[in-house]
Design a protein around this ligand. Structure first.
Ligand code: APR
Length: 229
């Protein structure tokens, strides 16, 4: 069975109604990204950070997977598919994809600030005073700016096994995720679906690159149809 590795970014969830990061003057839902998504922001104003992610978690209950998410599920009929996502939403899971690796954490999980291996499922608001079983404050299970990306090593080794790679809705600006492309084998066919594709030098030098300049809801079903008999 051929291996397809899909790398998704905020753009695949845009048509579900979740904002992307770099479309509005560096603001994310009216916040400076560093205030709500960095260890410094958490130290300075943990309540603001919790409120911000509480709003994101509530929003997740209101939105649904779109045609981009659901088309990817069909690929599993013929291919061994792994989705590596930079998104913290659960729309790939809800669409029905089987193998999903979250690079930047998950909105529906929280972890202990005193013992990071204590991770819990969490679907409702998180408050100051919500503690892990060892008595430490819980925080969102999100990889914030300047924090290490624990799943990057696993992601790189998955990319090394790709026959086909599909990149969807990412500005390819945030490392180490953007560097995953370097691990794809030389002959790997690469599809890049994005209405405003950021064709970085590491993309333009590839022989096997196919750019589909469309929104995910249109571009993903097209690419999937071309890969299925
Ligand atoms: N379909 C597909 N792509 C879209 C759509 C759409 N409907 N709408 C917008 N896009 C594209 C934009 O053209 C852009 O290239 O989605 C991309 C979104 O880029 P970013 O906002 O930078 O999101 P992403 O690349 O996922 O950001 C990476 O940065 O802030 C951090 O941790 C956060 O995971 C995030 C990481």
């Amino acid at each position: 069975m051929e291996k397809i590795v899909v790398l998704t970014g905020a753009g695949i969830s845009a048509e579900s109604g979740i904002s992307t990061f770099r479309d509005a003057n560096g603001l994310w839902e009216n916040h400076d990204i560093m205030e709500v998504a960095s260890p410094e922001g958490w130290r300075k104003n943990p309540s603001l950070v919790l409120d911000f992610y509480n709003a994101r978690r509530r929003q997740l209950k209101e939105v649904k997977p779109n045609a981009g998410h659901t088309a990817l599920v069909q690929l599993e009929e013929k291919y061994d598919v792994t989705i590596i996502t930079q998104n913290v939403d659960n729309l790939h899971e809800r669409a029905g994809s089987s193998h999903i690796l979250h690079l930047h954490g998950e909105l529906n999980k929280v972890r202990s600030t005193g013992n990071p291996s204590l991770i819990y499922d969490w679907h409702d608001d998180l408050h100051i005073g919500d503690l892990c079983e060892k008595g430490y404050q819980l925080r969102p299970h999100i990889v914030w700016f300047t924090e290490p990306v624990p799943n990057i090593v696993t992601a790189a080794s998955i990319c090394e096994t790709a026959d086909i790679m599909i990149i969807i809705g990412t500005s390819m600006q945030v490392y180490p995720a953007a560097g995953l492309l370097e691990y794809a084998p030389r002959l790997c066919k690469i599809f890049f679906i994005d209405p405003l594709p950021n064709l970085t030098p590491s993309l333009t030098t590839l022989d096997n690159l196919h750019v589909i300049q469309e929104k995910a809801g249109v571009g993903v079903p097209k690419v999937v149809a071309s890969l299925l008999p």
